[in-house]
Write a new protein. Structure first.
Lengths: 260, 260
DNA sequence: GAGTGGTCTAGACCACATT
DNA sequence: ATGTGGTCTAGACCACTCA
């Protein structure tokens, strides 16, 4: 049997194995390109190809001109359920979640509001006709000044014009409460999660490193009579979040519960 | 202001823009490396760097020796909720989901059972002590022969030894029913979703192209008295799935619902 | 056989953080 | 000042699929 593994693959495989088995712990420095050239008797191009593979897997990062380092990740909890159910009017949910975790990191956010034309995503989900405009409430959320996620909400402009929804500051009672007060209580939500590589705009807005995928979490919320009211698009970087939710069912299952 | 964008970046940016605006639709062929060299007056290395960037974003694929093509994706629905609640004993859930979608694709699966030592993930979630062994039930699911996802379940060996759980064929009534019959009805689930690039083993097992992230969906299921019974690890390729679930809440919210 | 992308060599100049 | 990685040139040989 021939062993025709390309050299750059062997570079990648060897380093990956050392990272996986703990020989090279998170934060530790990898050999320099020059050292790898020597070790494998290959040119710079070839060892760079191997390193690039690991970068694109999100395993290592290059900190020029210091060298390559094993990536460290610190995911925080992202909880769609709690977000939907929250009621406490004092803090923003985001702050609550952090408080849950009991660490001392400082949350903050940017809020921007705008009037926009629907794109395909929002138009389909809100069942809009062509001409209808949307109110957009766009938030970027930070921890200790580092961006953590993007949270953009869209509602028919006619529903929220001149309401607090359009005010680019934190709304203490929550925008869902604002919508409820306007006669649109949200009682049902449909969640979709797409997993993909980020768009360049998201890379810059969230300062994403290479090899960092994102979850696009789209929430469509409805009133009792199944009228879609709001679409929220969350962009959640994979290296900074775990998405967590809980489910229960009655036992033994009723016909109702079982057929759902 | 200087415009010092590297050439390979311009190659990538130009092509990405053309893909985004529909000039280059999914499935269409991109210029060859030679054509791009000519267009940008650069060497092969440089245009390859630009193309590699798009490959790693999951936007294009190389089909040697045909050339580069804009990627086509066909996501199917992945529904954690239904999976948990399902009851119908005739079909495997997987077949049900496809039936829901009404397309004619043919599902199939490989099933493997094994006795394994717990790894960190399963040990933490099942609160195992050192020596305890696990029954592993590993499934790879296919559509029309193409792998779609991985679904590995782990239960304390002592719970399921000599039960149907250990039989490497489809269990008509569902393995959750088997556990219920063994006195471990599952009434609560904790879901965690991690978004990351795949490990090499996952790349081969699921035939993933470069630039394809995965969701690692870990479900820990509990009895009424919060005893963890089963850990299921699903590996869900981002290019073939949308994760979908629904939520409702009572309105107006009760104290109970609100503080949850 | 022609043309594609995959792998690789052997050089070069540059920007930049640390020392 | 040194050494790092970032960008780039100009070649080469190969494996593979398609006509």
């Amino acid at each position: 049997m021939r062993t025709n593994t390309p050299i750059y693959q062997r570079v990648a495989d060897d380093l990956r194995a050392e990272i996986a088995d703990g020989t090279r712990p998170p934060g530790s420095q990898l050999p320099t390109e020059a050292e790898l050239q020597e070790k494998y008797g290959a040119t710079r191009y070839t060892v760079r190809q191997g390193l690039a593979a690991l970068v694109n897997e999100g395993l290592i990062v290059s900190r020029r001109p210091l060298g390559y380092f094993v990536r460290e990740i610190h995911p925080m909890i992202y909880r769609p359920q709690q977000e939907f159910r929250r009621k406490q009017p004092d803090l923003d949910l985001f702050a609550q979640l952090l408080a849950d975790e009991g660490n001392g990191r400082q949350p903050s956010q940017d809020i921007e509001v705008a009037i926009v034309q629907p794109n395909a995503t929002t138009r389909d989900r809100l069942k809009l006709n062509e001409s209808e405009l949307l109110a957009a409430r766009r938030r970027t959320r930070y921890i200790d000044g580092e961006p953590y996620n993007i949270n953009d909400s869209y509602v028919r402009l006619s529903f929220v014009q001149d309401s607090e929804f359009m005010s680019p500051v934190d709304v203490a009672r929550g925008t869902n409460q604002v919508l409820a007060d306007l006669g649109k209580p949200l009682v049902r939500a449909l969640d979709e999660i797409y997993v993909r590589m980020p768009k360049p705009e998201e890379v810059t807005r969230l300062k994403l490193g290479p090899g960092t995928p994102v979850a696009e979490h789209i929430v469509t919320t409805y009133t009792f009579d199944d009228e879609p009211v709001q679409v929220t698009i969350n962009i959640v970087p994979g290296d900074r979040h775990v998405i967590v939710f809980e489910r229960t069912r009655e036992w033994p299952p009723t016909e109702q519960g079982a057929s759902e």
